[in-house]
Design a protein around this ligand. Structure first.
Ligand code: CKP
Ligand code: MG
Length: 312
């Protein structure tokens, strides 16, 4: 397996028309979760991916499983639980620049994950283990599972990739800060956004955020700067990569996961850090041009076409 990830995926419901959700009369269901968004992006680019998780044995769980499997992600280590529900959330698009998320995921099937779900071999045979800061926030047993998975990965030379993905609705600031910093110290590649850098290190300066991550032991840090692109720092090189221009953002949720997919795809293809970040800027931007968190992610053919017309 090229990339294995652990985390919760839910069904999201978005009102068909923009505006306050109280006026909605129809909702569009989609499948969404940071880890599967990333794995699907990778899978579309031809990489082999595996997802570790739990779902309710219910209709929403069936929908998630059908979709994720259909995108080519291995789901051998997704447990089904007939006694608990699959998580869900609403995505309210008030207008282009105001998108709000409301979770209904407390005590969902995924929150009951514990380290027993981890198959050592499944993780040690992967090239990358992808973790987001959402999973440790959903329950203490999920948090234990993440640290245990990282221990297995690190003991066996599997590269640990970490996106802090701070979700303030899921835990207190104190708990989030402590745990996310511990996770950064255990990871090889760190992918913070500017506001996450500000939360964790008290600065919005990309170079300072990156330096802080490198001092904590990272081998590569990429600070995501939205439409401005990204700043990256590896042990060998550093620099800015300009953002990939798009005409209109339809749905910004999922941009970070699309970015991770492009970055890991580039690294798996043996590209330099800079070139991999360039690919990440494309996949992150393209994810926002379509409604849904991963639907816009490109396959190889589309990526090549986009790169051919890339005027950066
Ligand atoms: O940071 P991003 O906008 O790329 O992440 C979006 C995902 O997992 C979304 O699909 C949602 O299900 C979630 O983050 C979450 O739990 O918030
Ligand atoms: Mg994110």
């Amino acid at each position: 397996m090229d990339v294995v990830a652990i985390g919760e995926t839910m069904v999201s419901l978005t009102p068909e028309k923009a505006g306050l959700m109280r006026h909605a009369d129809s909702f569009i269901p989609k499948v969404a979760g940071a880890e599967t968004n990333t794995l699907i992006g990778l899978s579309r680019l031809g990489h082999s991916t595996g997802w570790i998780s739990r779902l309710g044995e219910d209709e929403l769980g069936a929908m998630v499983l059908k979709e994720v499997k259909g995108e080519g992600v291995d789901t051998s280590y997704v447990e089904l639980d007939a006694s608990i529900s699959t998580g869900m959330f609403f995505k309210e698009i008030v207008n282009d620049s105001d998108v709000r998320v409301y979770y209904y995921r407390k005590d969902s099937a995924a929150t009951k994950m514990n380290p027993e779900i981890l198959n050592r071999e499944y993780i040690t045979k992967a090239k990358y283990l992808f973790i987001s800061g959402i999973t440790p926030a959903i329950s203490s047993t999920c948090c234990d599972t993440i640290f245990q998975a990282i221990n297995i990965a690190k003991d066996n030379g599997v590269c640990v990739v970490f996106d802090p993905n701070i979700r303030r609705k899921l835990w207190s600031e104190k708990e989030a800060k402590e745990t996310l910093l511990r996770l950064i110290k255990r990871s090889d590649i760190i992918l913070p956004g500017k506001s996450e850098g500000a939360f964790l290190f008290g600065t919005e300066d990309s170079e300072q955020i990156s330096n802080a991550c490198m001092q904590l032991g990272a081998k590569l840090t990429v600070v995501k700067l939205g439409e401005e692109g990204a700043y990256f720092q590896s042990l060998e090189e550093k620099g800015y990569v300009p953002g990939f221009p798009i005409s209109r953002v339809v749905d910004p949720v999922g941009a970070g996961d699309g970015f991770t997919a492009g970055l890991l795809s580039g690294l798996l293809d043996g590209l330099s850090s800079r070139d991999a970040v360039e690919r990440a800027c494309i996949t992150g931007a393209i994810a926002t041009t379509v409604s849904g968190d991963y639907e816009g992610l490109p396959d190889r053919k589309l990526l090549k076409e986009i790169q051919r017309n890339d005027k950066r």
